[in-house]
Design a protein around this ligand. Structure first.
Ligand SMILES: *Cc1c(COP(=O)(O)O)cnc(C)c1O
Length: 378
């Protein structure tokens, strides 16, 4: 049996033909830049999240870069984020010329350590970027209270958390700006790169719209230095097609996660903590175990598409070598990178597939003698 991490056809429903007919027309008649498809999706996603403005851009990475630019954060400014995130969060800070300041993760939530955030705030700090990692909303009330106390902006990296909520309020709508990715791996997936920026501020939304279109105020009048980073109209059409299913898919992901938690709980495995009042959307389902690399080998051999997210924490990535971070500086992030393993999670994961993954893991712990640790990634 094979258990895959993605089932892209399933996301289009039983009859995608009308969608593909529309896309065919768009391509044939050159209706692929902005058009009403982009504003339609922006409005639908804004309604879904409960926010005033959504601006579609090229990718989640561009969303972060443009968010920082809209807040006029650049050289000489410091931005605080966490050592256990995807590369793009920190790359965006560097790409605008600002200085990333990292804090460690907190156990057992895997979220940014807020005590450390307070201790690294300096006169140069301009913003905090909490990451809603793996689909679990960051502790936004506490983040906002620190940000307000120190006069900092909050940019949420919501690339993994479409529809995650705290007490009913959507991740991405707490700070000045929220950034989403619709990379094909995400809970709401385009058919290529795509992203969006979310804000309640009319002023920021205006600046963000200008920044995604080469700083134009109207055609051929470029009032500021911008990027060319517009959400592709074909991607927007696909996203509008899928958005109505997102809540149902997130509920199905939670059901799969609950099953995993229930069925693996007597094994030497732990899970990301969840608290009441939060809606985790399980972009990734992580198990944490000392024997991670052996289990990964066993699962892969058995046809289960398990994967490590992320094997190397930010401070040990070669791309950031010039930031001067040292091994051991963020011990929890290093520990998570060493012990976390993602099991396949999809809204359509069948009971048979779930049984097979759980049985394969159980078999590893009960039937197999210990084998030497295989390091897939260091
Ligand atoms: C996917 C992701 C991004 C970047 O999004 P892209 O659309 O791939 O550029 C940023 N941050 C996090 C946490 C992500 O998971």
């Amino acid at each position: 049996m094979r258990v895959e991490r993605y089932n892209h056809p399933a996301q289009f429903g039983s009859d995608p033909a009308p969608l593909f007919d529309e896309i065919r027309e768009m391509i044939l008649y050159g209706k692929t830049i902005l058009t009403e498809q982009v504003s339609r999706f922006e409005n639908a996603f804004a309604d879904y999240l409960g926010t005033a403005h959504v601006v579609g851009v090229n990718s989640g990475t561009d969303a972060l870069v443009i968010a920082l630019r809209a807040l006029e954060i650049g050289a000489g400014d410091e931005v605080i984020t966490q050592a256990n995130t995807f590369n793009a969060t920190v790359a965006a800070i560097r790409l605008v010329g600002a200085t990333p300041v990292l804090v460690d993760a907190e156990e057992p939530s895997f979220q940014m350590d807020l005590q450390q955030v307070e201790s690294v705030i300096s006169s140069a700090t301009r913003a905090i970027i909490p990451v809603h990692l793996y689909g679990k909303a960051a502790p936004m009330m506490r983040v906002l209270s620190i940000a307000n106390r120190f006069g900092l902006a909050v940019i949420e990296d919501a690339a993994q958390a479409h529809g995650a909520r705290i007490s009913g309020r959507a991740a991405g709508t707490f700070g000045e700006i929220g950034c989403f990715s619709f990379h094909p791996s995400k809970n709401l997936a385009a058919a290529g790169d795509a992203g969006a920026i979310v804000t309640d501020s009319d002023v920021l939304a205006h600046k963000i719209r200008r920044l995604r279109e080469l700083g134009q105020s109207e055609q051929n009048n470029h009032v500021t230095l911008g990027l060319n980073s517009k959400l592709d109209a074909i991607q927007a059409r696909i996203l509008s097609w899928k958005l109505p299913y997102l809540d149902e898919w997130n509920r199905a992901r939670r059901r799969v996660a609950d099953q995993y938690r229930e069925r693996l709980r007597d094994l030497p495995i732990t899970f990301q903590a969840v608290t009441s009042g939060e809606e985790h959307v399980y972009h990734l389902f992580q198990i944490r175990t000392e024997r991670r690399d052996e289990i990964l080998g066993h699962l892969k051999q058995s046809g289960v598409d398990a994967v490590i997210r992320y094997p190397t924490p930010i401070h040990l990535q070669p791309a950031f070598a010039d930031c001067g971070w040292m091994p051991g500086e963020f011990p929890v992030a290093e520990e998570l990178a060493r012990t976390l393993l993602c099991l396949p999670i999809r809204p359509d994961l069948s009971t048979d597939e779930l049984d097979y993954v759980c049985d394969t893991i159980r078999q590893f712990f009960t039937k197999r003698a210990a084998v030497p640790v295989l390091r897939y990634v260091s």
